[in-house]
Design a protein around this ligand. Sequence first.
Ligand SMILES: [Zn+2]
Length: 257
Amino acid sequence: MTVSLRVNESVVHAGSLKGGEPEDVHAHKRQRILMNILIFGPNGSGKGTQGALLMEKYGIQHIESGAVFRQHIGNGTELGKKAKAYIDKGELVPDEITIPMVLDILKSQGNKGWLLDGFPRNMEQARKLDEALKAEGMKLDYVVEILLPRKVARERIMGRRLCVNNNNHPNNIFIDAIKPNGDVCRVCGGALKTRADDQDEAAINKRHDIYYDEKNGTLAAAHYFKDLAARGETTYITLDGSGTIEAIREELLSKLK
Ligand SMILES: [Zn+2]
């Protein structure tokens, strides 16, 4: 079965947006861009933020793996019920259930385009997702990998300090550009606190063990798609994750074309 996802007059190619955005009488409408994208990046790379920015700019649906589970379980679908049984037992949900759930959500986006975040997590899932997308006739336009050394990713998380006055005041004890002013917020002088999750080094390490595993883990999954790109089946984009959120966003937008 071949489903064309590209039959839409309102398609705007990213390339045409370069060089400053022209005055647009339909500026109230979001720029629509039909792309199916997979994004890879370790915890601490700002991957979720980039997904949200793309959604805001282009109206691409940002689909996080956790939301896939919540949606299916919340709606009480057959797959959701099966998944819940595993989760309730504290077991991993098998790929045979996860992949169809993911596909179902991707298909339900119609022709809006999607950005899948947090799946696949390993080589095996990458292979199965690739097969499933091909079986559905869904093209994967881009695969994005945010590059960030493991040590830096860990510091990004553990160095984060939250301003009690404003969540949007960035402070990080390991990043020179946004280092707190002594022990108070660099923007407003407010008190700073940490989030318990950010200080759970064992949990962070466990997630990074999976992510940075180039043999079977998430990086292996990313590289599986890199190989597909070498054969012309998709386009692989790498981003320097060491810059600011804004710098990463600019690089991403300039490479989506
Ligand atoms: Zn502040």
